[in-house]
Design a protein around this ligand. Structure first.
Ligand SMILES: Nc1ncnc2c1ncn2[C@@H]1O[C@H](COP(=O)(O)OP(=O)(O)OP(=O)(O)O)[C@@H](O)[C@H]1O
Length: 548
């Protein structure tokens, strides 16, 4: 989870009293590696972990230390160490200070940077990002790709989690990170563009281009640009691009469905209601030939113009939290070009009928402004009261509801969990979940309850790929895989989980426990939740709070 960025297994910065517990059969990462002391976990991925690390000789020297086992099946640190030198000195390219191997640990000491766009976006709690911020991301991202491509390197894993902002004076600059899947597209021996091929390759990332993901083509510059276009459209789409909503597909059938959905999604459908620049950009990326040079400058200018036309500065600086545009707009398609190009007269008339001029006081009338401000304050006050009621006295709010409303409460809880931006919010939701389950005598893991655990699992396991669940079918839910297992297996397992949860060191470990809990509960006749089960859920909430 993004907030685990600031938990520490090593120092008093951690709220946890526990010693770091090594995963079985694997040595823990030591506190000192080379000249660096690991002080705080910044993030962890499939292939390793990243720590804020301090130089033992010069305490003012702080880096992000990316640590991976030397024998890892996917030795991305080794690839990154090879590629970093090509990128050094480019704007928005982190500096690599050192790369070394210490015992079985392969380490990269990288310039310390700030939070990722994914983390900022999630913490904002908004359904979409504002147009000004998206335009500045567009300008900077296209410019970063121009830098990388000019130096002969493809990124190949464009996603919100791999774009981070700088620290201090560099906080308006977006940096590219994670070059573990990057590749040189200019063959160093022949100095020519790598060849195209139809060989089967792995799926990389949610925004992977149609050509690469659905047609198995070799990635080239056009695909980095297309991934950037999809990421921008995702940020402007309420609940994000549809195929990102269920997380990483777990079965090949789910993956096939995702591919079909992506293949069928036409640019005009994906960009319906957005300024035309996004559709044009996506189309132009898809029209590029395999080895063709994209027109980076044209698109940087197009997004700058779009920002200006919508009352923003048009400057590429990424200012967060976003400032309001200098002119107010009723809604957003307000393109620099003919913004009505994609909008039929029918759309416009329908929009006009939704405007209620008659009931509103005339513009410019000060009382109108004051009344609106008062209304807004009242609304905020009421909604704060509502939230406080739900989170502080869940019992009284929840008491007396019917089983139908229990389902609705759980569905609402899943939606909120899918939007949670930090461990604290997830902890509150898990507590509510526990209370809802205990609302009446039937304490069973219903379909809605399973769905909540599924969402929780995804948020804990990899929040960067999960935006919001669409309808979760029974075949997709992890609990269902174990329906035929013996019922009596449950008791001992849940009792153990109750203790294991206290030792979990990170969100992924919690995710694994949630998965096991859901499986074993689904397996038992009646899917009933025992006292140990409720204690386990309570333990999850406690641990999330400790790892905030
Ligand atoms: N230089 C840095 N400064 C600060 N935080 C960083 C830095 N590099 C990475 N991080 C944090 O660590 C997280 C994971 O980094 P990165 O993507 O490089 O690792 P990874 O192991 O390749 O992850 P994944 O397997 O998810 O791709 C990032 O999302 C970011 O929050």
């Amino acid at each position: 989870m993004s907030d685990s960025e600031y938990s520490s297994p090593y120092t008093s910065e951690s709220e946890s009293d526990d010693e770091p517990t090594p995963p079985p059969a694997q040595a823990p990462i030591p506190r000192f590696l080379g000249n660096w002391e690991l002080v705080q976990v910044l993030g962890s991925g499939y292939s390793g972990s990243i720590y804020r690390a301090v130089n033992v000789h010069q305490r003012s020297s702080v880096v992000a230390l990316k640590v991976q086992r030397v024998d890892h099946e996917c030795p991305t640190n080794r690839y990154e160490r090879y590629l970093y030198p090509f990128l050094q000195g480019g704007k928005g390219m982190p500096r690599l200070y050192a790369g070394f191997v210490h015992d079985q640990w392969d380490c990269l000491a990288i310039e310390l940077l700030g939070p990722s766009l994914d983390s900022l976006y999630r913490k904002s709690g908004n359904d979409t990002m504002d147009l000004g911020s998206v335009c500045s991301i567009a300008m900077q991202l296209i410019s970063r790709l121009q830098t990388m491509h000019t130096r002969g390197v493809l990124h190949r894993d464009i996603q919100l989690g791999n774009c981070v902002i700088g620290l201090g004076p560099n906080s308006k600059i977006i940096y590219m990170i994670d070059f573990g899947f990057s590749k040189r597209y200019i063959d160093p021996h022949t100095n020519r563009h790598i060849p195209d091929s139809r060989e089967k390759r792995d799926f990389i990332g949610n925004y992977c281009s149609v050509n690469v993901h659905c047609k198995g083509r070799v990635p080239s510059r056009r695909d980095d640009l297309e991934a950037a276009a999809l990421m921008l459209i995702h940020l402007l789409t309420p609940r994000g691009l549809s195929w990102t909503r269920n997380g990483v597909p777990k079965t090949s059938q789910a993956h096939d469905l995702l591919i079909t959905e992506k293949l069928l999604a036409r640019p005009e459908d994906l960009c319906h209601g957005l300024p035309v620049e996004f559709e044009d950009f996506l189309r132009s990326c898809r029209r590029l030939k395999f080895a063709e040079l994209p027109d980076y400058d044209h698109w940087i200018q197009a997004f700058s113009d779009l920002a200006v036309a919508n009352g923003y500065s048009g400057n590429e600086a990424f200012v967060w939290p976003p400032p309001a545009p200098s002119v107010s707009h009723l809604s957003f398609p307000q393109s620099a070009k003919s913004h009505s190009r994609r909008h039929t007269m029918e759309d416009i008339l329908a929009g006009l009928t939704r405007l209620k001029f008659d009931a509103e006081p005339v513009l410019g009338d000060r009382t109108n402004v004051e009344a609106a401000a008062k209304k807004a304050k009242e609304y905020l006050h009421k909604s704060a009261e509502r939230n406080a009621k739900v989170s502080k006295s869940g019992d009284s709010v929840l008491a007396g509801r019917t089983s139908k409303s229990k389902g609705m409460l759980l569905a609402d809880l899943s939606t909120r969990a899918s939007r949670a931006g930090d461990n604290g919010s997830l902890a509150t939701l898990v507590k509510e979940f526990n209370q809802i389950l205990q609302m009446n005598s039937s304490r069973t893991l219903t379909k809605e309850a399973s769905r909540f655990l599924d969402v929780l699992y995804k948020q804990l396991y990899d929040p960067s790929v999960f935006i919001q669940p669409v309808k979760v079918t029974r075949t997709r839910s992890f609990g269902d895989e174990a329906l035929d297992a013996p019922a009596n297996a449950k008791l001992g397992v849940v009792a153990r989980l109750k203790f294991d949860v206290r030792k979990a060191q990170d969100n992924k470990a919690l995710a694994a426990l949630v998965e096991e809990f859901a499986k074993v509960t689904n397996r038992c006749a009646g899917r009933s939740i025992t006292k140990d089960g409720f204690a386990f859920l309570d333990g999850i909430a406690q641990r999330l709070l400790a790892m905030q």
